[in-house]
Structures are given as structure tokens and as C-alpha cells.
Design a protein around this ligand. Structure first.
Ligand code: HEC
Length: 215
């Protein structure tokens, strides 16, 4: 249901390439076939499905299908992953998680890192509950995500996640401003030239050493 486009784009590119290079091999994908792959939902939230789920509905789903592994409050069991925790109201306001700055963080949770809501929706839809990925309906995915947002202090208890409210949640994600595309790993022109990269300048601010280097 949710899927990042990169793999599909790559495969379609390969098919298109083979068609161009080897006449008689393969055929162009039909619009219907393209539509099957064209299910990506970007962080701009433009293509969110018309689903809805409330914090309250999500709480019941979480208790039944998630808490055993992720803990009653989302702060992990001894074995499994912490989903919430480690973020403050100040982080929600600034979009940068203070606990990630400087020294080693004392804890790491999903919401300390997450830059975009669609990543959480996508992952939950495809992979959770662990071992039964894909079993939640889209409304259930929205509901349990709404509850996680509430556990993390991002939204109030009466929040309902749907297409129209998703932007609000996105704008309150604690680490929404914690990621940069201003480095050489991101392709394309620099931001000043309308791109998302930095023109290819490597990120590490170091001087190359080829001989007699410091250990
Ligand atoms: C049987 C144990 C189990 C259950 C039940 C479970 N999870 Fe998970 N969850 C995991 C494990 C293990 C991982 C890490 C998987 C990995 O890294 O491949 C994980 C990872 C996640 C992540 C990604 C965390 C991150 O930041 O990378 C999210 C979000 C999540 N689970 C949500 C849920 C939700 C929502 C439910 C209930 C619908 C749920 N999980 C039920 C075991 C479980």
C-alpha cells in the first residue's frame, strides 16, 4: 500500500533501458502496470489515502497488537525497540531533538529520529506487528500512528489522523528539522540554485592525509 518509489523507478528504468537498447526484447509498461507500482507517498503528504484513525482507536490496537513488544507507553521492553520517549515539548516546538545534540544520547527512540510522518505510516503498514506485516487496515495504521504521535507528545488525546490533519502532525514532529540534504551524498544542485544537494561537496570537514598521518 505504501512503498517508496526508488525501487520501482529503478526497475522501470531498467525495463525502459532494455527496450531502447535491445529492440524486440520486452515491451513498454502499460499505464495500468505503471499504476500498480506507482504507489509512493512522499513526505509532502500529497498522496495520502483517504483514511482516518483516532488516538483512542489506536490505543486499543496498540494495547492488543503492539504493547507486548514495544511496552505499554511505547518506551520499549527490555528486548524491543523504543518508539516514544526522549523528546520534550521544546523539541516539538523547534523540530530539533536536544537529546541528540552533543554527547551520546542517553536513549534513542523512533520519534527522536523521525523526520517525516510518511516513513512511520509506511513502516507500520508494511512491517508491523512484527511477523504479521500488512495485516492492519489503512484506517488501523492511521489510528495506531495517531496513538504513537500522542505517546510521543506530538498531538493531543482527541487527535484524529487523516489527510487534513496529517500536515499538523508533520509540522510538530520533534526531529523534522534534524536532517540536512546540504551534503555531498545528496545529488543535484545546491540549495541556492534551487536543488536539494550542495553541488557535491563531501560532508566531512577534514583534510586528506596520505602519509605520516596522525593515528
Ligand atoms: C513481536 C514483537 C513486536 C510487535 C507485536 C510489534 N513490533 Fe514493532 N518492532 C518490533 C521489532 C523487532 C522491530 C525492529 C525491526 C527491525 O529493525 O527489523 C520493530 C520496529 C518497529 C518500528 C520501527 C522503529 C524504528 O524507529 O526503526 C515501529 C514504528 C513499530 N515497530 C511499530 C509497531 C506497531 C505500531 C506495532 C503494533 C501494530 C508493533 N510495532 C508491533 C517488534 C514488534
Amino acid at each position: 500500500m505504501y512503498r517508496w518509489c526508488s525501487l520501482a523507478t529503478l526497475l522501470l528504468g531498467l525495463v525502459a533501458g532494455a527496450w531502447a537498447d535491445y529492440p524486440g526484447v520486452g515491451r513498454p509498461a502499460t499505464q495500468a502496470e505503471l499504476a500498480l507500482w506507482d504507489s509512493d507517498i512522499g513526505p509532502d503528504l500529497q498522496r495520502l489515502p483517504a483514511a482516518r484513525g483516532s488516538v483512542l482507536e489506536g490505543q486499543a490496537i496498540y494495547a492488543a497488537q503492539c504493547a507486548a513488544c514495544h511496552g505499554d507507553d511505547g518506551r520499549a521492553t527490555e528486548i524491543f525497540y523504543a518508539l516514544a520517549g526522549g523528546v520534550t515539548a521544546a523539541d516539538v516546538a523547534s523540530g530539533r531533538v536536544a537529546g541528540l545534540q552533543g554527547a551520546e544520547p542517553s536513549e534513542v527512540s523512533t520519534f527522536m529520529l523521525l523526520p517525516s510522518l510518511t516513513t512511520l505510516l509506511d513502516y507500520t503498514a508494511r512491517a508491523m506487528p512484527f511477523g504479521a506485516g500488512g495485516s492492519l487496515s489503512t484506517d488501523e495504521v492511521f489510528a495506531v500512528t495517531a496513538y504513537l504521535l500522542h505517546l510521543a507528545g506530538v498531538v493531543d488525546g482527541d487527535f484524529v489522523l487523516d489527510r487534513s490533519s496529517a500536515e499538523l502532525a508533520q509540522q510538530r514532529l520533534p526531529n523534522r528539522n534534524g536532517f540536512s540534504t546540504d551534503h555531498g551524498l545528496w545529488p543535484g544542485a545546491a540549495a541556492v540554485d534551487g536543488g536539494m544537494g550542495n553541488g557535491g561537496i563531501p560532508e566531512p570537514d577534514t583534510v586528506r592525509c596520505m602519509a605520516d598521518c596522525d593515528p
